[in-house]
Design a protein around this ligand. Structure first.
Ligand SMILES: [Ca+2]
Length: 157
């Protein structure tokens, strides 16, 4: 049978072993930690209002994903609603029209790929410059617009 002091030593040793074990990374977890991480989300209104995202840390790599669709008015010849995602106008009855409408302070290009039926588009990867990123919707007439896009600022790791 253990004396009290021996029991204490045994418990302390076990706790130290567990602490050491816990400090050892689980195999494969490093890979999971390296996956892109969404740092900031925001809505970009179709009325042209500018939004400002989080501060982009200098030297870190980011990309921005824009998803969703908005209404840009009515296409008069067909009287159908003009729906736009970040890169294409569709639903007018005249076929899809390439129309990049989401603008940014950092020259992001969301429309390098073709039309996406899920309406999700990603920018190129940029380096943070210690400033916030501004995003807005461009249109020639905002009065008949409604809805908003969903923006995600993603940190590359
Ligand atoms: Ca409009």
């Amino acid at each position: 049978m253990l004396k009290p002091i021996q029991i204490f030593t045994a418990v302390a040793t076990t706790a130290a072993s567990l602490a050491l074990f816990a400090a050892v990374p689980v195999p494969g977890s490093g890979k999971a930690d390296a996956s892109p991480l969404t740092m900031h989300t925001n809505s970009i209104p179709a009325n042209g209002g500018r939004i400002s995202t989080m501060w982009l840390e200098r030297g870190k790599r980011y990309k921005v994903r824009i998803s969703g669709q908005t209404h840009f008015g009515t296409w008069k010849p067909t009287r159908r609603a003009l729906k736009n995602d970040a890169c294409f106008e569709f639903n007018s009855g005249r076929g899809r029209v390439s129309l990049p409408v989401v603008k940014s302070s950092h020259g992001l290009n969301f429309c390098r790929s073709g039309y996406r039926s899920n309406h999700k588009y990603e920018s190129q990867i940029i380096y943070g410059d210690g400033r916030n990123l501004s995003l807005w919707v461009y249109d020639t007439d905002y009065r008949d617009n409604y809805g908003s896009y969903y923006a995600e600022v993603i940190l590359m790791r």
